[in-house]
Design a protein around this ligand. Structure first.
Ligand code: ADP
Length: 384
């Protein structure tokens, strides 16, 4: 018979934002003590972590010192110092996702090359090493409009992405090494969260469908499960499984995909951690994405991903025009509705379009849920 001594379960988390907060909440069910590193002293996890270290997860020494006294580490943001994680791994620490996986995912050029090498479906692309080289390609007509430019490093929430439709958009070109992609004719944006344990067993959550805020470029509205055919569902899940197997990764991987208008499913990008597209699993599924990650990290059996309810997730973004101490207008109105679950991330300061929380609406009547989602979107405003 196996026995687990929960008082000995400790986890280091690089990053202390909302994903870390929800991971700590899940960890507390099993009394796992979480230690968090984040540069922001007011980070969402700062008051919840067993210990909170205020420092940069991008700095070698800070990460190394943080990890040295822990046996097990994970991340809630991928832009961390990988060199320090490689060193800690060499010293015998359990680090999931593995540093080698993070190294590929941190760089969109390496990510695309990885998909190509492993025969994973993705849009056509080319690597260009600078803005100047890109302008030269355009002048020599070796590249034609329209295209999507993505910086290789440190893009986040659409900030390193430019859609260049014509010559008039040249002013919007981004600096630095980048990839150029064909513009995909997108019917739907999908995401599958897949888990893989140390034995190589995998399990997918049902596919979800995302709608983006046109200005903020953040997921504004998410529908779970996605309204797609069974065959599309199977294809999306198989792509996610092939992808996590190709990485040989332990942990959870969010695979963002495009369903094109001619029915193809292409990988857009991946995130090797809990993801915005899996928040609803807290209320709607048998296990949440956070619990599933903990199961992978602590060598416990993968849980059932069954969805017990339909879910709609609405991101709560800071209202444009307001910056300062956050106030939640309309909160009581939303809390009085059945099936409406509000998560506030504990960020003191609101800014236009800052992710301040999310609301998950669960139920079995999609139309009624849509009405509640619209109500929440209109009524719950984050102002200062
Ligand atoms: P980020 O890493 O900042 O989230 P993404 O690569 O996910 O950036 O791109 C952000 C959004 O831009 C996508 O969700 C999609 O709506 C759009 N987009 C990205 N790549 C393409 C593409 N090749 N064709 C069309 N639209 C795209």
């Amino acid at each position: 018979m196996n026995s687990v001594e929960t008082s000995k379960l400790e986890l280091g988390i690089l990053g202390g934002g909302q994903l870390g907060k929800m991971l700590i909440e899940a960890a507390s069910d099993w009394n796992i003590r979480c230690h968090v590193l984040d540069p922001d002293p007011q980070a969402s996890c700062s008051k919840l972590a067993h210990t909170f270290v205020n420092g940069s997860f991008a700095d070698y020494d800070t990460v190394y010192q943080f990890g040295k006294n822990l046996d097990r580490l994970t991340i809630e943001i991928e832009h961390v110092n990988v060199a320090a994680l490689h060193q800690l791994e060499k010293e015998g620490k359990q680090i999931f996702p593995q540093p080698a996986v993070l190294e590929i995912i941190q760089d969109k050029g390496k990510q695309k090359a990885f998909y190509e090498y492993n025969d994973l479906p993705t849009s056509n692309y080319q690597y260009v090493d600078s803005k100047e080289a890109l302008i030269e390609l355009l002048e020599e007509e070796k590249l034609s409009y329209p295209f999507v430019q993505k910086t290789c490093k440190a893009g986040y929430d659409g900030k390193g992405v430019a859609v260049i439709k014509s010559k008039d958009d040249i002013v919007s070109l981004l600096d630095g090494p980048c990839i150029i992609e064909d513009v995909v004719d997108i019917e739907k944006e999908l995401s599958v969260i897949v888990a893989r344990n140390r034995n190589g067993n995998t399990s997918c959550f049902p596919t979800v469908e995302m709608e983006f805020h046109p200005v903020a470029n953040l997921v504004e509205f998410l529908l779970a499960p996605a309204n797609i055919s069974e065959a599309q569902e199977e294809t999306a899940k198989q792509i996610a499984i092939d992808c996590i197997n190709a990485f040989g990764m332990t942990g959870i991987l969010a695979v963002e995909m495009f369903l094109t208008r001619n029915g193809e499913i292409l990988i857009n990008e991946v995130a090797p951690r809990p993801h915005n597209s899996g928040h609803h699993t807290i209320e709607a599924n048998d296990v949440s994405q956070y619990q599933q990650l903990l199961r992978c990290l602590f060598d416990l059996p993968l849980g059932s991903t069954k969805a017990w309810q339909h879910a709609i997730m609405v991101n709560l973004l800071g209202e444009p025009g307001y910056s300062g101490l956050a106030k939640y207008e309309g909160l009581s109105d939303c809390l009085s509705l059945e099936g409406v679950h509000v998560h506030l991330y504990g960020k003191q300061i609101t800014k236009p379009y800052r992710k301040m929380g999310h609301v998950t609406i669960i139920g079995d009547n999609i139309q009624a849920m849509r009405e509640k989602a619209s109500f929440v979107r209109e009524r719950l405003r984050i102002i200062a």
